[in-house]
Write a protein that binds this ligand. Structure first.
Ligand code: SAM
Length: 293
């Protein structure tokens, strides 16, 4: 049996065979530790009834593990140079489909409909390219794809922000957007030594489990996210100052903002980082009639 792709020796052999050079601009840091891969797939809770969607298979290190532990793998890879390599490295597996597309531009739902028919348990599992971690996660959640969740390697600092609780310095509009759709848990931190080449930042694995329904009822989701982004525009400012400077005609409509804050039971001198999602939802509903663009 062939050695796992995710070993330093086999990875070096593959890179050499194809004369492959890493593109930093595409966030190419490949995993070279089979134990980490097993940990990731275990945390993702895969079975042969699960389909896995991978973003950025690289030379197939994680893809191989996913092919072994799930029923089907659908992987999006932007770098055309990797396509023939993947064809070779993944040739022992017949349950993998590689799509040579930028996941941010791809019609993921249409590809899922075509490739993952018959699977009702679908999980996104990836070692994400760090330059686009947040846009990828937000896209997958906001497009409301029929997935159970997302279990991915990312920069630890982004993982901290995603899973942050109110009142901490990491808590912000990203925490709220993601916790609105999912329950977020940081499941492990990962040393730099498991990557080739090693990234400059610390890494972690986060698991996002989609909620059946959002934790709060809100009249307009997009407006809620607009209000949370506005409330954190300058972290040191009060919520009142941020909202007056960020909302359209906010300065002229200061009275309306104050009224909305009062109706939502939020002291105007508080900072955004102290508000729970429930408070933001209430505030957003009270601001909506006056500020919906
Ligand atoms: N999964 C492999 C592993 O763990 O060894 C590689 C992970 S590497 C951190 C990120 C991968 O994402 C690279 O293969 C890179 O080419 C690919 N990638 C970067 N941007 C992408 C995008 N927008 N859409 C799809 N793949 C992308």
């Amino acid at each position: 049996m062939l050695k796992d792709i995710a070993t330093p020796i086999r990875t070096k052999e593959i890179l050499k065979k194809y004369g492959f050079s890493f593109k930093k601009s595409l966030g190419q840091n490949f995993l070279i530790d089979p134990n980490i891969l097993r940990n990731i797939t275990e945390h993702a809770g895969l079975t042969k009834n699960t389909a896995a969607i991978e973003i950025g298979p690289g030379i197939g290190a994680l893809t191989e593990q996913l092919a072994r532990t799930s029923g089907k793998v659908l992987a999006f890879e932007i770098d055309q140079r990797l396509i023939p390599i993947l064809k070779d490295t993944l040739s022992p597996y017949n349950n993998v489909t590689i799509v040579n597309e930028d996941v941010l531009k791809a019609d993921v739902k249409a590809v899922m409909d075509q490739e993952l028919q018959g699977f009702d348990d679908i999980m996104v599992v990836a070692n994400l390219p760090y330059y686009v971690t947040t846009p990828i996660i937000l896209k997958l959640l906001m497009e409301k794809l029929p997935i159970r969740g997302i279990c991915v390697m990312l920069q630890k600092e982004v993982g901290d922000r995603i899973s942050a609780k109110p009142g901490t310095k990491e808590y912000g509009s990203l925490s709220i957007a993601i916790q609105y759709y999912t329950e977020a848990e940081m499941v492990m931190t990962v040393p730099k030594t498991v990557f080739m080449p090693q990234p400059n930042v610390d890494s972690a694995v986060i698991r996002l489990t989609k909620r059946e329904k959002p934790p709060v009822d809100v009249k307009d989701e997009d407006f809620l996210f607009f209000i949370t982004r506005s409330s954190f525009a300058q972290r040191r400012k009060t919520i009142l100052n941020n909202l007056t400077s960020q909302l359209p005609n906010g300065k002229e409509k200061k009275e309306a903002i104050l009224e909305a804050l009062q109706s939502a039971g939020v002291d105007p001198t508080r900072r955004g980082e102290t508000l729970s999602i429930e408070e933001f939802a209430l505030l957003s509903d009270h601001l909506l009639p006056n500020f919906k663009k």
